[in-house]
Design a protein around this ligand. Structure first.
Ligand code: SF4
Ligand code: SF4
Ligand code: SF4
Length: 279
C-alpha cells in the first residue's frame, strides 16, 4: 500500500512542479500558484490558508511533499544524489540530525518582521515559491528568449537566481530537505502543526529489524533509529521510508502503540518518551 501511496505522491508532486513551471514560461495563471501559502497570505485568500492549516493538523506536511515546487525540486536533486553516490557514503549523509530550532526561529522572525514592515527583499528571498519562480524566470525563461511581462533584465535578479539555484542544489545534494527544516519559514510554521498531526509516521519497535533502510531514504533526516522515533515536525509525509521498510514496521497512523514493556514513542523533537506499561 505504501508503495502505491508513494507513487501517487510523486505523480502529484511532479504535476505540481510541471504546471506552475509551464505557467511561468507561458504567462498564464495556474491553480497551483493560487494554492501557494505566501501567495494566499499576500492576496488575502484565507480559504487556502485555512485549508492548508487543516490538512497539516490532520495529515502532516502534505503541502511540502506535493504542492511546493521547491520541495519537489529538492527531492529530485536528492534522489539524483542517492542514485549516483556510493550507497554507503550517501547513506551517511541522510542519517538522523538534530533539529535546529534557533535557526528556524530567527529565520521565521526575520521573515515575519519583513512582511509586516512591507519590505519585499527578505520575503521574496525566503519564500519557496518566489525562489522557485525566480530560478525559472531568470535561468530558464530568459535564456530561451521567453518574453517576461514587464521584467527587465537586471544583474541583481540574475545573481539572486544563480545564488538560489546553487544553494538549493548543493544543500539538497548533500543534505536533502535541510533547507526545508532550517530556513524555510513556511516549513517552520507547518512543522508546528505537523508536530501533533492526527496522522503521523510511526515505527513499530517489535517489527523493526534495524536494517537502516528507512534512515537511508529519509531526506528529512528525521528518523532516529536507535530510539525508533520520528521527528514529526520535520517529516514531510513522503512515504519513502514506509515503502522501503522490508518488515512493514513503518506505518502512517493515528494513536500510539501499546506494549507490555515500557516503550518509546514518536515525539515532536525526535527524543524518546518513555511510557509506562499501564498508561
Ligand atoms: S519546507 Fe518550504 S521549501 Fe520545503 S517543501 Fe515546505 S514550503 Fe517548500
Ligand atoms: S526500514 Fe523498517 S525494519 Fe528497517 S530499520 Fe526502518 S523501520 Fe526498522
Ligand atoms: S520519516 Fe518517512 S515519511 Fe517522513 S520524511 Fe522521512 S522518509 Fe518521508
Amino acid at each position: 500500500m505504501y508503495k502505491s501511496l508513494r507513487y501517487i505522491r510523486i505523480a502529484v508532486s511532479l504535476i505540481a512542479l510541471a504546471v506552475p513551471t509551464w505557467a511561468l514560461l507561458t504567462g498564464y495563471e495556474s491553480v497551483f500558484v493560487r494554492m501557494q501559502i505566501l501567495t494566499s497570505l499576500m492576496t488575502g485568500v484565507w480559504l487556502v490558508l485555512i485549508f492548508w492549516a487543516l490538512v497539516t493538523l490532520i495529515y502532516g506536511r502534505l503541502y511540502c511533499s506535493t504542492v511546493c515546487p521547491l520541495g519537489t525540486l529538492i527531492d529530485c536533486v536528492s534522489t539524483g544524489a542517492r542514485a549516483v553516490a556510493p550507497r554507503g557514503k550517501h547513506a551517511k549523509n541522510f542519517r538522523y540530525c538534530s533539529p535546529t530550532p534557533t535557526i528556524q526561529f530567527i529565520a521565521l522572525l526575520c521573515f515575519l518582521v519583513a512582511v509586516l514592515s512591507g519590505s519585499a527583499f527578505l520575503p521574496t528571498l525566503l519564500d519557496p515559491y518566489t525562489a522557485y519562480a525566480r530560478m525559472v524566470e531568470e535561468l530558464v525563461a530568459r535564456p530561451l528568449g521567453v518574453p517576461l511581462d514587464a521584467m527587465a533584465y537586471t544583474i541583481s535578479a540574475m545573481a539572486a537566481a544563480i545564488a538560489t539555484a546553487t544553494g538549493v542544489v548543493m544543500v539538497a545534494w548533500r543534505r536533502g530537505r535541510l533547507i526545508c527544516n532550517t530556513v524555510c519559514p513556511i516549513g517552520t510554521v507547518m512543522g508546528m502543526g505537523s508536530r501533533k498531526a492526527y496522522f503521523h509516521m510511526e515505527i513499530d519497535p517489535d517489527g523493526c529489524i534495524n536494517c537502516g533502510e528507512c534512515e537511508r531514504v529519509c531526506k528529512a533526516q528525521c528518523i532516529k533509529l536507535p530510539e525508533k522515533t520520528i521527528d514529526t515536525a520535520r517529516c514531510v509525509v513522503c512515504f519513502d521510508c514506509a515503502a522501503a521498510c522490508p518488515t512493514k514496521a513503518l506505518t502512517y497512523k493515528s494513536g500510539r502503540y501499546r506494549l507490555d514493556m515500557p516503550m518509546m514513542e514518536a515525539v515532536g523533537d525526535g527524543k524518546a518518551n518513555i511510557t509506562s506499561p499501564d498508561k
